[in-house]
Design a protein around this ligand. Sequence first.
Ligand SMILES: NC(=O)c1ccc[n+]([C@@H]2O[C@H](COP(=O)([O-])OP(=O)(O)OC[C@H]3O[C@@H](n4cnc5c(N)ncnc54)[C@H](O)[C@@H]3O)[C@@H](O)[C@H]2O)c1
Length: 337
Amino acid sequence: MDKLFITGGAGFIGSAFVSLALAEFPRCQITNFDALTYAGNLDNLEGIGEHRHRFVRGDIADRDAVLAALGTETDALINFAAESHVDRSIASADEFLRTNINGTQVLLDAGRARGVRRFVQVSTDEVMGSLPEDENAFFTEDSPFAPNSPYAASKAAAEHLVRAARHTFGLDTVITRCGNNYGPRQFPEKFLPLMLSNALGDETIPVYGDGLNVRDWIYVEDHCRAILLALLEGRAGETYNIGARNERRNLEVVESVLRALDKPSSLIKFVKDRPGHDRRYAINPSKVETELGWRPRETWESGLQKTIRWYADHPRWIERARNGDYRDYYAQHYGAL
Ligand SMILES: NC(=O)c1ccc[n+]([C@@H]2O[C@H](COP(=O)([O-])OP(=O)(O)OC[C@H]3O[C@@H](n4cnc5c(N)ncnc54)[C@H](O)[C@@H]3O)[C@@H](O)[C@H]2O)c1
């Protein structure tokens, strides 16, 4: 698995995966195919260099562009590219259907046409909907699909297409499903970086509803290590749920951040709940633990410390991501977006 084609590698998780794969595998060569939407940020790839990493700007729903970039010697295609923000999918689902569904099908077709040895689809626990607050209920790989937002529905559709490519054409596929990631370089519209950057600037922190929704948090590099294992050792046609057994209520997460930054809880402002807001996600990761021997390396406390330190040390990244200045980098280097 030396030649990897990674989509969405300028985003939060994709860029962490690119760094990790290059660091762990000295022979690995990566083509990083990313459309650079508002969420894709070449600043995330700073320092990676061009020796074993080739960046190609392109849209996964553009068949010709994908085929041209993929070449004939790719070992594995790992699909991170997606429209990923639930709130945006509620405002308008069009881009979610185009990228997450049509784009995945284009990648599957192109992977087959170019003889890619393995296709990894990076999916989400949200395809399985919401759990009751009963703490004995967990998502397993056999939980039924029950997506509740247009984002989750588009990711569920993508999983179905991956399954169909496996069943109908025998493509070697693996699906990974994960919960809420946290760590450096996450676009500041998402919950944790939003609250972190607001808290650092002494701005109010909006919290949906009663703040008691539960999410299962995982440090981004731990997620990427699990994807690497699934890529190398996962069984073809299988799905692996990835979670760090780390359930937290949203309010608890905000309070941890405020405490760590020594900021007052008066910054918290409860706002009208998101329509259809899922109450609880919680993953049973037994399969990835027992089959692939994966364990998270970070605890909630150590991962949060690293994350907070990174945001505190990178005010310019936050500023550029918030006002869109990072897009100038591309314009300067590669021409207008
Ligand atoms: N963030 C999480 O907590 C989380 C949890 C579980 C699963 N996931 C999944 O992981 C993947 C990565 O998530 P993320 O948080 O890094 O997302 P992100 O929004 O930070 O990054 C997405 C990347 O995809 C690119 N992209 C979007 N549309 C594209 C298109 N049409 N063609 C090519 N590139 C395109 C963007 O430019 C961006 O670089 C997604 O598939 C998401 O569904 C995310």
